[in-house]
Ligand binder design. Structure first.
Ligand code: FAD
Length: 291
């Protein structure tokens, strides 16, 4: 019998960086793979749906909450670094900033851009997170997944259909358990310096410590969503408790107890204004759950 705690009716607002979200019918935070297997058996016995949360830094959760079991992966931690071969094996709940710092400290080059992305490595793989012309899939060798039938599989990066903030994992119910990255050997001091500069740049150009989910919209390349939003005059525009950042217009800040509905209305308003001016429909990058 597993000792994992299954909690009922817990507010998911604590599990998202936006601090928005209603109750999970059930929630668990597994610390190891056996506990995930136990949870998979449990949902199959109960015949209830399952929802995966990483660090909740790219999630808008309905104030009405989510039915079934939410599995939050952020306690599934462990990093192994093979400096000689520049390989990192990591469990999916490790945070990207921790990973970027540990890679830098080990003199491994490749993750300097990732230091300011406040998500787990599992969420980063699903989202193909990136910054400054880099993305995580470029450094990925393979992942291990568990299906909701309890089947393990090692999947190579080339089989995951990565695109701009996109991967096959966004359409399949698979739990990313572990990740194998291939970096390059470099000069530790130089890597540390670039990593620190990247974080400092972010702190200056984004409302980094505010309650946000990062960029709400994908960039309609080669254009930038933030620039389009600014050009239609929406910088600082507010709906209910949700406000378009004055520092970076692709960020929506929860300034005063915003509801999921406030954010969705603001998203629709931005889409309408940008479409009416430029004929471009901005697509959301943020994942919406429970609507
Ligand atoms: C201040 C700030 C700055 C940001 N800057 C950037 C940036 O520069 N570039 C960028 O790409 N993103 C950025 N983001 C967005 C976000 O951090 C990334 O998308 C991140 O990769 C999401 O990881 P997460 O663990 O928070 O995933 P979550 O938001 O919890 O989940 C995202 C999706 O992944 C799924 N998921 C999560 N973990 C797993 C798992 N182990 N197995 C299966 N599915 C899983 C979820 O079901 C969901 O569909 C930023 C966010 C913030 C708040």
């Amino acid at each position: 019998m597993s000792s994992i705690q299954l909690e009922k009716n817990i507010s998911l607002s604590k599990f998202t960086t936006w601090r928005i979200g209603g109750p999970a019918e059930w929630i668990a935070q597994p610390k190891n793979i056996e506990e995930i297997q136990y949870l998979i058996n449990w949902i199959n016995e109960k015949k209830i749906p399952c929802n995966i949360i990483g660090a909740g830094s790219n999630l808008l959760i309905n104030d009405k909450g989510i039915k079934g079991l939410s599995i939050c992966m952020r306690n599934l931690k462990g990093i192994q670094i093979d400096k000689n071969n520049a390989i990192i094996e990591v469990l999916s709940g490790e945070m990207l900033p921790t990973l970027a710092r540990k890679a830098a400290a080990s003199g491994l080059h490749g993750l300097e851009w990732a230091v300011g992305i406040p998500g787990t490595i599992g969420g980063a793989i699903v989202m193909n997170a990136g910054a400054q012309e880099h993305c995580i899939s470029s450094y990925l060798e393979s992942i291990t997944t568990l299906s909701l039938k309890g089947e393990y599989k090692i999947r190579k990066a080339k089989d995951l259909n990565f695109g701009y903030r996109d991967s096959l994992l966004q359409n399949e119910q698979l739990i990313v358990v572990s990740v194998r990255l291939k970096l390059a050997k470099g000069h530790a001091e130089k890597i540390r310096q670039v990593t620190t500069e990247n974080l400092n740049h972010r702190l200056k150009t984004q409302p980094y410590t505010a309650q946000t989910c990062g960029s709400v919209f994908r960039n309609p390349e080669p254009l930038k969503a933030a620039k389009l939003i600014e050009e239609v005059g929406l910088k600082g525009f507010r709906f209910g408790g949700a406000e378009i950042s004055k520092i970076h217009s692709n960020f929506i800040i929860n300034v005063n107890k915003a509801s999921s509905c406030d954010v969705r209305e603001l998203i629709k308003h931005i889409q309408k204004k940008v479409f009416n001016s430029y004929g471009i429909l901005l697509e959301t990058e943020v994942k919406q759950c429970g609507f």
